[in-house]
Design a protein around this ligand. Structure first.
Ligand code: PLP
Length: 485
């Protein structure tokens, strides 16, 4: 597809401006005036609209097709939340507007949203306090690791290690390392797909600062040994951290705070609305128990005795600023609207249907693909294309073949401990008909890998760009535009 400048026709007009009815001023100093014409494209309005509509159709999103990208919770989010976030009273706020002036309440509504969202997230997660500042899940993890470091420093604890399960998301070890800790991977028990408690026991010692746990983990397995794990960790005053990226699986069913977790992040863009296919914006609020509250980042939203809200910066033990102003406010606003829209029953249904849908896919596909850990899964299931790989059809080929069949690929080659992993997360918003169509496509691919594996190795063939050498595409990017002759 050519770029819009190539479609330009000299003197073609998109808008007709009225004749100038004021004297033309020649007062712009010469050095500020252009010496040559601006190279703008000249097209009619309809050509511009067609160009950008055609471009948008090359995009792939939840609004167009099924998007079972494991661990990412690519669900459909109600447009109602977008509408609310676009309300002028929210969208036009400037972060430097005074909170209260001359009795005017310029930012009180926004502050109330922040304050109330912190309360409702605390309730949902069973934590004592929340900060909305972190701007993504990974940023939340880093914030929490900094809080934990501040806690240990304040107590004079000499801690140097963070323990992380070997199936964890890559952001976990990165966050711990950036916060100054060395990272020790804890093995997964292959029998049940959960953390190996005996191995954990042998690894925890006085140097352990924290254990970062995702529950359900990236294999989609819920760990029911949490109290035992918490005891082991707390015995040496280490902190138990909950990576809440998979909270979609347990809303209304399980509160990390009730299971002795000390700190948690939630990905608002995964669990509580906000589309996030294009890399953002997101929000990764962090919740903590009482003993970590003094270290929370500033600013914090407080409610005054007269019922008004204010930002408070006076916390001597705070880790300080981790984001400008109040984090990603519009994402927080959408999350608050989404939570109010669904209510307690609605949120519980979210997790029930997310888990039901994932188990439906697992059982529909278990005869056609290997299943590394055959247990009831939570909101996502992990299959393996090892059987297909023997015929030359790898997880990557399955993913590319799905694109030609109108589906976004699942997450592949993650978790790292599963060979040829296909990690599928349908989410609660998909219908049985959509899931069935996906199952049929997966079955067809499994069958073709037996009868005609070569046909799958060419996919995708229906996209503007077909199979790439992905390493070269990433490392040797061709970003320079060359004008066609
Ligand atoms: C998505 C995810 C993260 C990171 O969250 P971002 O918002 O993408 O930074 C961390 N852990 C798990 C398990 C995840 O799925």
């Amino acid at each position: 597809m050519s770029i819009i400048y190539e479609k330009s026709i000299p003197n073609r007009q998109g808008v007709r401006l009225p004749a100038c009815d004021v004297p033309v001023s020649g007062s712009i100093p010469k050095e500020y005036r252009r010496s040559n014409e601006a190279e703008l494209c000249e097209l009619s309005e309809v050509d511009v609209i067609r160009h950008f509509t055609a471009l948008s159709r090359k995009n792939y999103g939840v609004d167009t097709n099924f998007y079972p990208l494991g661990s990412c919770t690519m669900k459909y989010n109600p447009k109602f939340t977008e509408k609310l976030a676009a309300l002028d009273g929210f969208a036009s706020l400037h972060p430097l507007l005074p909170q209260l002036r001359h009795g005017g309440l310029l930012t009180q509504g926004a502050l109330a949203v922040c304050y109330k969202l912190e309360r409702v997230l605390s309730e949902i997660c069973g934590m004592d306090e929340f900060t909305l500042q972190p701007m993504a899940g990974a940023h939340g993890e880093l914030t929490a690791m900094m809080l934990i470091a501040a806690y240990h420093n304040k107590k004079g604890n000499k801690k140097s290690e963070v323990l992380i399960p070997d199936e964890a998301h890559g952001t976990n070890p990165s966050s711990a390392a950036i916060a100054g800790y060395s990272v020790k991977p804890v093995p997964t028990n292959p029998e049940n797909g959960a953390l190996d408690v005996e191995a954990l026991k042998s690894m925890v010692n006085e140097k352990t600062a924290a254990l970062m746990l995702t529950n359900p983990n990236t294999l989609g397995i819920f760990n029911s040994d949490i109290h035992k794990i918490a005891d082991i960790v707390h015995k040496v005053d280490a902190q138990l951290y909950y990576d809440g990226a998979n909270l979609n699986a347990v809303l209304g069913k399980f509160r990390p705070g009730d299971s002795d977790f000390d700190a948690i992040h939630v990905n608002l863009h995964k669990t509580f609305a906000t589309p996030h296919g294009g890399g953002g914006p997101g929000a990764g609020p962090v919740g903590v128990k009482e003993h970590l509250i003094p270290f929370l980042p500033i600013s914090r939203v407080v409610k005054r005795d007269d019922g008004t809200y204010a930002l408070n910066y006076k916390y001597p033990d705070s880790i300080g600023y981790i984001a400008p102003f109040y984090g990603n406010f519009s994402v927080c606003l959408k999350a608050y609207a989404y939570i109010l829209l669904l209510g307690k029953e609605g949120l519980t249904e979210v997790s029930e249907n997310a888990v039901l849908n994932a188990n439906y896919l697992l059982h529909s596909l278990k005869e056609h693909y290997d299943v590394p850990c055959m247990r009831t899964c939570m909101h996502e299931c992990v299959l393996s294309a090892q059987k297909q790989a023997e015929k030359g059809v790898r997880a990557l080929d399955v993913a590319k073949a799905l694109i030609d069949r109108g589906f976004h690929p699942p997450t592949v080659y993650f978790p790292l401990i599963v060979k040829e992993a296909l990690m599928i997360e349908p989410t609660e918003t998909e219908s049985k008909e959509t899931l069935d169509a996906f199952v049929e496509a997966m079955k067809e691919i499994a069958k073709l890998s037996e009868t005609d594996p070569e046909s799958l190795q060419q996919s995708p063939e229906t996209t503007p760009v077909s199979r790439l050498d992905e390493a070269r595409a990433a490392k040797m990017m061709d970003l320079v535009y060359t004008k066609p002759e």
